[in-house]
Design a binder for this molecule. Structure first.
Ligand code: ATP
Ligand code: MG
Length: 273
């Protein structure tokens, strides 16, 4: 009698084993480009590490990876018999294609992108993690669909939008996709809502209305903070963490109970409901 295999992709077994050692997977999504997904993902990862958690950041932007840049990492990942060891910066284990591409173009098409994501998930040796934060590329194409497919059972999402009608209209479609794919949405985050040096002047934001529309939590608003973009340009994470942008993000994350919730969780206990 032949054993019947449900899948001949042997990476799937490796990925499953690695995911067993990760408590929570957060996809930072939007669908819209340039809204600050990578900035939020990197800052959130560093803030979470500062809270004493073990954190990994997986940058899945195949064409425009930016996490190694933001963290100022210039070294290639090392390898041992367990897999690729992500470099650690500011307490965060970072895996991103910009570690390998070193400024070169990455001309991959749909199928190639899907394979790269699976390879990264199969090969990266994260060890035990409290959080794996996954930075996603713009759009709802191959990469996001692969992530939903492979990580779906354990992942939940934070959705980033700008306070513009254009952003909201794109992000609305992404929320629909996530919800129909059974990815729980932990909350909607509105980035670049007001100027850090001026402060808030409005009461209800568009991001909040969007969250209400889908009955999901609104996490709050983040300021446009030129000091944050300067710190990113300087590849200076410690300075980024001192900005109003990072301080506001920390306050919103604490308010959302994201950290407390996960501290009390056991391994393998599924996504946040
Ligand atoms: N709150 C903010 N204040 C000031 N600048 C910001 C803020 N958020 C993001 N930026 C800047 O905006 C630009 C785009 O941000 P980022 O790369 O994080 O967006 P993204 O959504 O990841 O883009 P992509 O869709 O291309 O991946 C960056 O130069 C970043 O430094
Ligand atoms: Mg990005």
């Amino acid at each position: 009698m032949y054993k019947s295999y449900t899948s001949l992709d042997f990476r799937e077994g490796m990925i499953k084993k690695r995911l067993e050692r990760i408590k929570k997977i957060i996809l930072i999504t939007s669908g819209k480009g340039g809204v600050g997904k990578s900035t939020v993902a990197a800052t959130m990862a560093a803030l979470t590490a500062k809270e004493g958690m073990s954190v990994g950041l997986l940058d899945t932007d195949v064409h425009g990876p930016s996490s190694a840049f933001i963290f100022g990492i210039r070294s290639l990942p090392k390898e041992d018999r367990h897999g690729l060891l992500p470099p650690i910066s500011n307490g965060v284990k970072v895996m991103s294609l910009d570690l390998f591409a070193t400024g070169k173009p990455i001309p991959v098409s749909g199928k190639g992108a899907r394979q790269i994501i699976k390879e990264l998930l199969a090969l990266t040796e994260w060890g035990n993690l409290d959080f794996l934060i996954v930075d996603t590329p713009p759009g709802t194409g191959d990469v996001l669909l692969t992530l939903i497919n492979v990580l779906g059972k354990k992942a939940f999402s934070i959705v980033v939008t700008l306070p513009t009608s254009l952003s909201i209209s794109v992000v609305r479609r992404t929320i629909e996709l996530l919800l129909t794919s059974q990815i729980p949405i932990f909350g909607v985050l509105e980035n670049m809502s007001y100027r850090a040096d001026v402060g808030k002047s409005h009461s209800q934001s568009r991001g909040e209305l969007l969250a209400l529309e889908f009955g999901v939590k609104f996490l709050g608003e983040l300021p446009i903070d030129y000091k944050a973009s300067e710190a990113i340009d300087a590849r200076d994470m410690p300075s980024l963490l001192k900005t109003d942008f990072a301080k506001t993000l920390l306050t919103l994350l604490e308010k959302s109970k994201l950290f407390n919730y996960n501290k009390t969780q056991k391994l393998n206990d599924g996504p946040i409901q």
